[in-house]
Design a protein around this ligand. Sequence first.
Ligand code: GDP
Ligand code: FE
Ligand code: FE
Ligand code: FE
Length: 195
Amino acid sequence: LTFKKTYSPLSSDEIIAKEKTNMDDKRFQHCVRVSETSRKLAKLNNYDEDKAALAGFVHDYAKQVPVEEYRKVIKEQDFDKDLLNWNRAIWHGIVGTYFIERDLKIRDAEILTAVRRHTTGDIVMTTLDKIVFMADFIEPGRDFPGVEEARKITYANLDEGVGYQLAHTLAFLVEKRNKIYPRTLEAYNVWSTKL
Ligand code: GDP
Ligand code: FE
Ligand code: FE
Ligand code: FE
């Protein structure tokens, strides 16, 4: 694993080492697989493979940051205070970019936006946003009913993959009676539905 360009003053080895100490091994291996899957989706969609591989690698950098640290950052930094009503499932993308900028010194707006949107999706999504969003969902370690269909659809058409994931995730959240983050619902309306 190595990144030709890190979009950071830190080297590829330094980024990898920092990420390794910020999460358990299971999560780290998921990030490696998301990186590889992002590279593959980038190639298929004529996007910069190295940039996609880095974005995929860092997407869950902040997934295991302690809850109290998140609450402090949301209160002290310029974040919507409504985020305090949510949890790490929502925070690690939207607020996670704060830790990526702080610790990994990555300031590239496209990479940070892709991380920010990787859990909920969004109304507007760039090619990189879609690549990371889908790589997270279909990486080879994922195993859920529908994952094979998700892979098939996504490799054939990235946008249709996004629509599939948003419908699948919404159905799963509703089934568990989880609270729906408004952006998840807005993204579903844009990418998954017709009138
Ligand atoms: P992961 O970080 O690799 O596990 O994957 P994601 O970042 O895509 O998702 C993290 C968790 O957030 C998953 O369990 C999703 O089901 C959950 N999630 C996504 N959207 C919403 C939402 O609108 N509301 C809630 N409560 N959870 C959500
Ligand atoms: Fe995530
Ligand atoms: Fe995701
Ligand atoms: Fe992930």
